[in-house]
Structures are given as C-alpha cells and as structure tokens.
Design a binder for this molecule. Sequence first.
Ligand code: PBG
Ligand code: ZN
Length: 323
Amino acid sequence: MIRYRDYRKDQATRDKYADVELRASDFIYPYFVVEGTGVKSEISSMPGIYRFSIDMLVEDVKEVYKLGVDKVLLFGVINDDLKDERGTQAYSEDALVCRAVKALKKAVPQVLVFTDVCLCEYTNHGHCGLLKDNDVDNDATLPLLAEMAYVHAKAGADFVAPSAMMDGQIEALDKKLRETGLRDKCKIMAYSAKYASAYYGPFRDAADSAPSFGDRRTYQMDYRTHDQGLGEIAADIAEGADWTMVKPAMPYLDIIARGVEKFPDTPMVAYQVSGEYSMIKSAAKMGYLDEKRIVFESLIAIKRAGAKYIISYYAKEYMQKWA
Ligand code: PBG
Ligand code: ZN
C-alpha cells in the first residue's frame, strides 16, 4: 500500500507538496474601452465588468497595477453609426484603442498593453473580416488586420493579439511590423486555437460584436476535432507568433496541455472567456457554488494544464479579495 494520505495530513504538509501556483503576474486583465469621459458602465451579463472611457480606464489600470496585475488587454467598443462594411475605425490613426494605448503608456508605463486585432467590433455586419458572397474574404482581410496592428504598435502597444482567425494573419502582421521597424518593440500574441464557442455570448453583449447574420463557424475552429488545434498553433509559431493561445480555457484544457507539451518553447496563454466568467458569477449569486473556491480551482486547473498566462475577467477581484 502506498500511503498517499501522508501528503495531505494537514495544511502545512499540503502546501509543501503543492507545485502549481497562481501569481499576480500570471494574469492578463481584459478591458472594454468606449468614447467619452467619466464613463464606467457595468455590463449586465458580466457583473463586476465595465465599459470604461479612457480617463476612467487609466484610473482602473492604476488600481489593478497596485494589486500586482501588470498586463491588460484592450477591446474597443464604438457606436453603431461609426461602423461600416470595412471596419474603417479599426485601423484609423486616431482609433479609440490607439488613444487608450497612448494614455496608458503615459500614465502607467510599467503595465504591458495588449490590443485585440479583429474587425468584428468595427464592421456593421459584425464579422471578423471583410465579406464576399456572405462569407469572410480571408485574403482581402489580411492587409486590414496588418494595418490595425501597425497603428496599435505605433501608438505604443507592447503586444498585438489578432483574434480574427483568418489564415495567414500572423504572417501578415509580422511582415507589416518588420517593414515599419516596429517588430522589436511589439510582440504578437496569437489567438491560435480559437474555437467557435457558445462561451463568447456575454462578450458579444459587452463589445456589441455579434454577427448580424450567420455565425463564425467558417473561420473559428470546429471543436469536434482532436488535432486541428495543434496544427493551428504550429502554423502560428511558424508564421512568427511570440506567444500562442487556446480559447476558451476550461473546456479545452486538453488542447492547452498538448500544446504546451508539443511546443514547450512558446509561452501558452489561456483565455478564460466571458461565458466561463458569467457562469461562475451567476451560480455564485444563486448560492449554488462557493465563488472564491471555484475561481481558485478553475485558475489552478488552467495553470496545471500548462498555461503560463491567463486572460481572466476575475484578475482584479481575485487579487483584491482572495490572493
Ligand atoms: C473577437 C473576440 C471575441 C472574443 C475575443 N475576441 C468574440 C468572438 O470571437 O466572438 C471572446 C472573448 C470572451 O468571450 O471573453 N474576435
Ligand atoms: Zn472578431
């Protein structure tokens, strides 16, 4: 008989043998940015998460940095009347996200700023790229994503994070950043294995980015596949990704673990997405689950699978209340 219970006999002993840990620097905290001043409005399907105008964003990031979280991911949310077929506001020099990046880099330069690169928040059809015959036009979208990454990098973004799931998008960004001399300053965090998931529901609310017709299954991955996610990760690394990502996190721990095993030299990021957050929040509110314990267990599971960083809407609350 092996006496495994010797490892568990009291808290001090359990602590001694625990080899998975969660630190403030593991977190990347997502933000939704809007125009205006003094805006901080809660997202109804994501209690505790807000849309911020740039001035309020800066204040919140200062708070979060004091808690030890030093990485943030920005999503721009613009008015419907500014959206068009080509997502022009996404890659304009004066884009909302560019102004947010500049403000953050001035006020809290120690914080690494990541920016989402995708057209769905900026197109009037809500798809992640240009359209042709009611589907995305993959290759015509690439230069626009590259331009978007370029304006973000020029504004001072430390990482650009392309999430459109267009084939060749990492290569297009890498090439553009090299040509413009920004590649050394700005890294690429690739949304590599991004599945066509119902867990993004609350986000589309928050970012007002639901497609106006159809769905995203012609470009986001089909989750009924064993190995395609690993192929996507391999392709992104070959195209020049600095970091890679699996998204969502908890239902895809197998992909995270296999990705880390197969590509040990590329940092793996896991995105605990809006639906994962909202499920825990609502169950906790109903009293069905102990929120603190569930959040800790979920985040540890993601780390144990091998993720180096976790994008989580819980980052601030966790550091504030439970760390
Ligand atoms: C946009 C984007 C989405 C998310 C991140 N970037 C939504 C989508 O693809 O539908 C999801 C994030 C979340 O649910 O928290 N390309
Ligand atoms: Zn998109």
